[in-house]
Design a protein around this ligand. Structure first.
Ligand code: GLN
Length: 614
């Protein structure tokens, strides 16, 4: 007996290995008690030095938290990149860049690092730059400015934040150095009004109370392009997210920023309250909280945890193993995959011969320059031997502007060369394609219709204007192949003749039926209803047989058949078919052979397509 089969029903709630891992980090760094709790703002000295929380949040809003992840503390300098983002949103990039640089200073957070000529602070994450950013926030009074900041931060966190008044009072009472910086900024007209309201706003912004969990969600909001993944509320315009993350990457950890980026490869920001917020753009937000600080004012355990996370989870942004997934999931031609439109024998033969000139690609993943470049290269290299490309986007998760423009550019070039590039299953990317100039007519619901378009192009080159669904005499119909003139005459007498108007239903799904159809003129299609409309299963032209499945196995009709044009059919009833048993068994045998041949041809084609699409 195998012992791997559990015999007892275990009802314990499973614990994620990710939480176990975060617990193991806490255990690993619990004894790291280097550093001191900040006391230059007297109220901060009351923090418990042993507090230790770790939290990570995903861009779809799932939170893993261990330890003191809900212990409130003041945000301090982690406020700086967020207020900088708000200043960018309110004033635009040019105005903000004119007043605040984006160069790492390599100086301490409270250094008076101003450019000698202009007095512009080197970057927005040292105090000078952060106070300047505060000066750019709209509002006449401290209350108005603070309200805007508090509102923005609350949107990042996904809950209403408040201010720790004791910390604010404490910092305001002792913040003389920051006041000196404020007056310097006023001297250089970086601050254009009295510095006091701006400084008090800055002190209040630093005293906003957060938890480690809030920091992780703020990080996830940045990772998610500015929208809080839990509430769905936008905290910052997507256009400024990369600006915020850039300054975090280069200046977020004060005079430790270079070494930090080297080790973790993550944009981050620390505060003297003991918090660190780190972001892996597009992927996760991290919050760590532990109040003991090193000489630079960064949380000692916070740094250790982030370094371990980056190494263990492979988060370093410059890690070259994070290569793009190949965008081409499937590349094939009309030789292997055809539209459902069935063609007259001549047309079908022509398509078989030139099938290579119609190519089908299925793309996947997030399309950006690196992943779309090989696709564009393939299209250009194949252009000579191809008349139509079909690009299916069903498995595509994202298309950025560059990738959309390159696809549209490739299409334009192919059109110039007299070739076609059409899309199938564009789904969510439909508007994006339209926006970069792709015609609506070039976007098809599925491969079937896109391939049919391509096949029609191939046929039009060969049969200019020639009708390839013209009336077909009985002897050219697949079901009647190989019969003598006498046999055909006898059959003719057995068959009913029916005509249908364009659009008329010939067969309805669910019906029971005892009839077999041969289409002698016109075209018809087979459809089923799906959850999002109608899917075409097959299409028939003159000379083809349909309805044979239910005719043979006597099950109800599985699909609808409707006339695509004026249609003429010959109908063989079960009664007439049975009559042949005695009257002309040889004819019956040949009919069965022809039916079997037709069905095995369909099965072969289905197998070919399944193999090609795998
Ligand atoms: N409010 C603090 C100050 O200006 C923020 C400093 C920090 O977190 N590094 O001194």
């Amino acid at each position: 007996m195998g012992n791997a089969v559990p015999t007892v029903q275990n009802t314990a709630v499973p614990r994620s290995p990710i939480l176990d891992y975060l617990d193991s980090l806490r255990a690993r760094f619990q004894d790291l008690t280097d550093g001191q709790v900040a006391d230059y703002i007297p109220e901060l000295a009351h923090a418990n030095p042993d507090w230790f929380g770790i939290c990570i949040a995903t861009p779809d809003g799932f939170v893993y938290e261990v330890g003191d992840s809900r212990q409130p503390f003041t945000i301090q300098s982690i406020s700086k990149p967020l207020t900088y983002g708000l200043a960018l949103e309110e004033n635009g990039e040019d105005t903000v860049l004119a007043k605040i640089g984006v160069e790492p200073s390599g100086d301490a957070f409270n250094a008076i690092s101003l450019r000698p000529q202009t007095g512009a602070p080197l970057n927005p994450l040292i105090n000078a730059g952060a106070i300047a950013a505060c000066g750019l926030i709209a509002g006449e009074t401290i209350e108005q400015k603070t309200a805007r900041i508090l509102d923005a931060f609350s949107r990042y966190a996904g809950r209403a934040l408040d201010i720790d008044e004791r910390v604010y009072d404490s910092e305001s009472a002792t913040g003389h150095r920051n006041r000196a910086i404020g007056w310097m900024l006023r001297n250089f007209a970086i601050l254009t009004d009295e510095p006091a309201p701006t400084l008090e706003t800055y002190f209040r912004q630093c005293s906003i109370r957060v938890t480690c969990r809030d920091l992780a969600l703020m990080g996830a909001t940045l990772a998610n392009g500015g929208v809080n993944p839990v509430t769905g509320t936008r905290a910052i315009a997507e256009a400024y997210v990369d600006n915020v993350l850039s300054v975090m990457a280069t200046c977020g950890m004060y005079d430790f920023s270079g070494e930090w980026l080297y080790q973790t490869g993550l944009p981050a920001k620390s505060g003297v309250g003991g918090g660190i917020l780190a972001v892996q753009p597009g992927r996760i937000g991290i919050g760590v909280f532990s109040p003991r600080l090193d000489a630079q004012g960064n949380s000692v355990r916070g740094i250790a945890v982030c370094r371990a996370l980056a190494a263990d989870l492979g988060l370093h942004l410059f890690d070259a193993s994070q290569r793009a997934v190949p965008a081409v999931r499937l590349a094939t031609t009309r030789r292997k995959v055809a539209s459902k439109q069935r063609r007259s024998p001549v047309a079908a033969e022509h398509l078989r011969r030139v099938g290579k000139r119609l190519r089908l690609y299925h793309l996947q993943g997030a399309l950006a320059f690196a992943s779309i470049e090989p696709v564009v290269r393939e299209l250009m290299e194949r252009a000579g031997g191809t008349d139509c490309f079909v690009v299916n986007l069903r498995m595509v998760q994202a298309i950025d502007d560059a990738a959309a423009r390159l696809l549209a550019g490739a299409r334009k070039e192919l059109l110039r060369l007299g070739k076609a590039l059409v899309f199938a299953e564009a789904g969510a990317w439909w508007q994006r394609l339209i926006d970069v100039g792709v015609d609506r007519e070039a976007i098809f619901a599925d491969d079937d219709f896109a391939l049919e378009y391509g096949e029609n192009l191939l046929l039009a080159q060969r049969f200019q204007g020639e009708a390839w669904d013209a009336k077909v005499p009985l002897e050219q119909c697949a079901l009647f192949a190989g019969f003598t003139t006498d046999e055909l005459a006898l059959l003719e007498g057995l068959l009913a003749c029916r005509t249908y108007r364009k659009g008329q239903t010939i067969i309805a799904a669910g019906q029971t039926s005892d009839e077999l159809f041969v289409i002698t003129h016109g075209a018809a299609m087979v459809t089923i209803s799906t959850h999002d409309g109608i899917a075409r299963l097959d299409a028939f032209a003159s000379g083809m047989t349909f309805g044979e499945m239910a005719f043979i196995d006597r099950s109800p009709r599985s699909a609808n058949v409707s006339a695509l044009s004026e249609v003429e059919c010959r109908v063989l009833t079960r009664e007439a078919f049975a009559q042949l048993d005695h009257e002309a068994p040889a004819i019956k045998i040949r009919l069965l052979q022809n039916l079997a041949r037709g069905m095995s041809a369909m099965l072969r084609q289905a197998n070919r397509e399944l193999a090609a699409l795998k």
